[in-house]
Structures are given as C-alpha cells and as structure tokens.
Design a protein around this ligand. Structure first.
Ligand SMILES: Cc1cc2nc3c(=O)[nH]c(=O)nc-3n(C[C@H](O)[C@H](O)[C@H](O)COP(=O)(O)O)c2cc1C
Length: 382
C-alpha cells in the first residue's frame, strides 16, 4: 500500500468529502455547492495539488425525502464512475468510492475497484457502508435488512471481493448471501492484498465490523471535549489491536467555516446552517438516521441539528485560520489520523484552507510541506 498517501507520515491527514453530490450542508443558500463535473474536477485537483490524502465520494441512490426524488439530497453521481474520472484527473490523493452491499454484486464491484486502482496507479480506496436510507435500498426490490444483519451481509460481500482480488486460481464460494461458481477476476488491483477499506460503523456491531475489516474507521465525534474524543478514538484502536490484531486509522469529517475574524465565521455559520437551514431535508435526515442507525442517541440527534445542517453531523471547524489549525491540532493530539472537510462553497473554502491553514499545520509539524519527498507523488499517472 506504499503508493497510497493514506499511509504517509503526516499526523493530521486531510481530505474532501461528498463532491459527487451536494456535499454535507443542508442549507438553502444559493452559493451551496452543485455537483457538476467541472466542479468535481476543480475541487479534486485543488485538493490533489495541495497534497490532501483523500478524495471521498459518497453513495446515494435516491433522495431521503419521501416523494421528493429530485431534492438535492438525491442528485448524486455514481461514486465508481466518478472516482474513475477523478483518478485520471489527479495524481497524488487517494480516490474513494463508497458502496453498500445490496446495491452491487461483489464480483462486479471487485472488478470496478481493481480497474480504478489501475487507472489511479494504486491510489483507490473503498468506503463500505451499512446504509440507512430505507427509501433508496428498498428501490432495489428487497426490504432493508435489520441493522446488525446489514453488517453480516457487508462482511460476506467484502470476503467475496477480497477473494476476487487475491485468488489466482478459480474458486467456489458458498455463503449465506452469495454463491460463486469457479470465481476469477483479472486484472488484479495494483494494491495488494487489497485497496484500503474505510467504514463508518458507529453502533457496537458497526464498530466491531470497522475494527475487523477497515483500514480507516470513520467516526462522528460525539463531543468537542478532547478527553471524550480521545476515549472514542481509543475504543476503535484498542478494539482493532486487542481483538483483531490490527492497526487502524481513525478519521472524522468536519464542515469548515473559515473567515478573517471569528465573528465573521460564526455569523456566516449561523446564516447558512440556522437561518437558511433546509428544514425539510433535516427533518427527513434525522428521522432516517434515528430509525435506521445507532450512530447517535436520540437526544444527540436533536442537539446536533446545527451540525447536521452545517455538514452532515461532523464537528464544525469555525473561526480564523488559527482557530481551525488549533482545532485540528487538538484532534491530532487526541489520536485522530485524518479529517475529511466539507464546505458550503468548496472552491472558496479550499482556497482559504490551503492558503492559510496548511502553512500553520506545517509549521507545527502536523503535516510535511507537500513536495517531491512524498513517495506517492512519484507514483503519479504519466
Ligand atoms: C463519514 C461517513 C460517511 C458515510 N457515507 C455514507 C454513504 O455514502 N452512503 C450511505 O448510505 N451511508 C453513509 N454513511 C452512513 C452509514 O451507512 C451508516 O448508516 C452509519 O455509519 C451508521 O453506523 P451504524 O450502522 O453502525 O449505526 C456514512 C457515515 C459516515 C460517518
């Protein structure tokens, strides 16, 4: 996995999340990001040129608002074909697609992943998710599975893919969800034994799944208190180490609101995430997460409304460049390995963060200045 920048030595890794759709914000402001292809490429190339470690596409097959299929929450490009295009348009960052198990057969998915790994020259990653949006999964013609059974399904789905990536000889597989007859898949992914896997399980079953199978565990941090954050991160790292003999990274995602003064940043956050919240979207989102996941308890779902509006529930990084660097520094000291960022306006936000925050992180030794010394830069597409 050495070509993949996910495994570089930076203490605080960075990425962007959700630009194949509207990103994380649930707001009605007109400047909110629109998922066009030029915007996808521009934001990916900005992140790539600045040495961000990850560009992550999410999987959404249908709006989560019943009867509103054309709501922005449902306008999301297919993460695999999107990731293939982004892989060709970039040269350093890892490029992730996301998938649920019931939406794609693992033989098809294994080959798509291997192909994007080849296009990207060993920079692909796969975010595997249990899912929560009942409306989209039922569209595939089967009831959504009970919560923990989704992870059993996901584990078997991943097992089939790993064998497709690994086995040189034909093999049979006879599982609870899949049967494979004389299975084989070529070409293999460049990354062996497999491309890195990410998972965002937050329930006890989800945590176990992530610690057993993922290289990057994604968490919604339940607090801004560093002691609580450390405890939450340790739970993943210790479970992975002690129960599965594995080392895992722990990442989170954050909406970022950076301005020249703290007051300006807080005012803008209040404007887009409170005054201009997309209430219809937030109500449906909270109801869906509350019913289908155990990622947050019901009181936190109410308390986190502003976080959901600001950027899908991540801790909000708000203030000046120094404030944002301080918050990222606190996360790194608590053991967090990386943060995927989202903005209302990704291009403006990336410009500000790259210009003002990256140099501070570098001066504190949290990131190396991006340059030729990064091994993955030399593995660029030619
Ligand atoms: C960073 C992050 C990314 C996620 N991406 C997706 C996604 O692309 N599609 C999706 O349906 N669910 C996504 N989810 C939600 C998961 O499917 C799942 O519902 C959530 O992690 C709840 O975990 P639990 O099942 O352990 O309660 C994401 C969650 C997080 C924290």
């Amino acid at each position: 996995m050495t070509r993949n920048p996910l495994f570089n030595a930076n203490r605080m890794k960075l990425g962007i999340f959700g630009t194949n759709g509207k990103g994380g914000a649930q707001t009605l402001v007109p400047e909110a990001y629109k998922p066009t292809w030029p915007a996808s490429v521009q934001t990916a190339q900005m992140a790539d040129a600045a040495g961000f470690e990850a560009i992550v596409a999410y999987a959404r097959w249908k709006s989560y608002i019943p009867g509103r299929p054309n709501h922005p929450s449902g306008i999301v490009m297919d993460p695999f074909t999107w990731a293939a295009g982004i892989a060709q348009a970039t040269s350093y960052s890892a490029v992730f697609a996301t998938s649920h198990a019931p939406t794609i057969h693992p033989i098809t998915c294994a080959k798509q992943c291997a192909t994007i790994d080849i296009i990207s020259n060993g920079r692909f990653g796969l975010n595997v998710v249990g899912g929560w949006n009942k409306h989209e999964l039922e569209m595939f013609g089967a009831p959504m599975k009970e919560h923990d059974a989704r992870y059993d399904h996901l584990a078997e789905w991943l097992e089939v893919m790993e064998r497709m990536w690994r086995e040189d000889e034909e093999f049979d597989f006879d599982g609870e969800f899949y049967k494979v007859v004389r299975g084989a898949s070529f070409p293999k992914p460049i990354q062996q034994p497999r491309p890195p896997i990410m998972n965002a399980g937050g329930s006890p079953r989800g945590l176990r799944f992530a610690c057993e199978h993922a290289d990057m565990c994604f968490v919604i941090l339940k607090s801004d208190d560093p002691a609580v954050i450390r405890k939450q991160i340790d739970e993943y790292k210790v479970t992975a180490r002690e129960q599965f003999g594995r080392e895992v990274q722990v990442w989170t995602y954050c909406p970022v609101v950076q301005r020249d003064t703290r007051r300006e940043a807080e005012d803008y956050l209040n404007y887009y995430a409170v005054e201009m919240e997309d209430s219809e979207s937030l109500d449906a989102w909270s109801a869906g997460l509350g019913a289908q996941t155990q990622i947050l308890d019901p009181s936190a779902l109410r308390e986190f409304r502003k976080r959901f509006a600001a950027g899908a529930g991540g801790n909000i990084l708000v203030g000046t460049a120094d404030d944002i660097a301080n918050q990222l520094h606190t996360f790194a000291d608590a053991g967090l390995d990386g943060v995927l960022c989202t903005w209302v306006d990704f291009i403006d936000g990336l410009n500000r963060l790259i210009r003002d925050v990256l140099p501070i992180l570098e001066s504190r030794g949290l990131r190396q200045p991006f340059g030729a010394q990064q091994p993955a830069a030399m593995a660029a597409n030619s």
